[in-house]
Ligand binder design. Structure first.
Ligand SMILES: [Zn+2]
Ligand SMILES: [Zn+2]
Ligand SMILES: [Zn+2]
Length: 159
């Protein structure tokens, strides 16, 4: 798959190495088992390609490398990485989640209602909008989430 230069630069900045993930597991007292190594390598590959994923699919992919890898091990590792802020968990319309290794800067996501693909969006509302909301409601605004969804190009039949 080809990426634009900008996209490739972003990917290289945000890519997390398998070693980084293994070090994190280590810090958390999780033993450095072969399944965890496979999980770390799988996630690093997903991070460098900017691909979002469902845990179930990640598990099935890892089964090809190690047929004994447990579903619970993969789910637990992903949960830990979400808690640690390494992975973003994005709710999708079917009531489950997709996961993504994103950049460290403030961002949102747009998801496709049809194929459930999730893409990182480097955009937000201007600060004036939040200031106006704060004034209008007499709230101090401590945070926000922004949900964007629609149909991706592939689902609209474009290539
Ligand atoms: Zn994200
Ligand atoms: Zn789509
Ligand atoms: Zn925002």
């Amino acid at each position: 798959m080809r990426h634009s230069i900008k996209h490739a630069e972003e990917a290289s900045q945000t890519a997390v190495s398998a070693d980084t993930i293994l070090l994190l597991f280590d810090d958390l007292g999780m033993r450095n088992t072969r399944p965890r190594r496979l999980i770390a390598e799988g996630l690093a590959a997903l991070a460098s390609s900017g691909t979002d994923f469902a845990v179930h699919d990640l598990w099935r992919e890892l089964l090809e490398f190690d047929p004994s890898i447990g579903r619970a091990t993969v789910y637990r590792a992903v949960d830990v990485l979400v808690e640690q802020g390494v992975l973003d968990r994005i709710p999708i319309s079917s009531g489950t989640h997709r996961y993504r290794l994103c950049g460290a800067t403030h961002h949102h996501h747009v998801r496709c209602n049809r194929c459930e693909r999730v893409v990182e969006v480097d955009a937000c509302l201007p600060p004036e909008v939040f200031a106006a909301v704060a004034t209008a409601t007499n709230f101090t605004i401590d945070g926000h989430s922004l949900e964007l969804f629609g149909r991706c190009g592939m689902c609209r039949g474009e290539r």
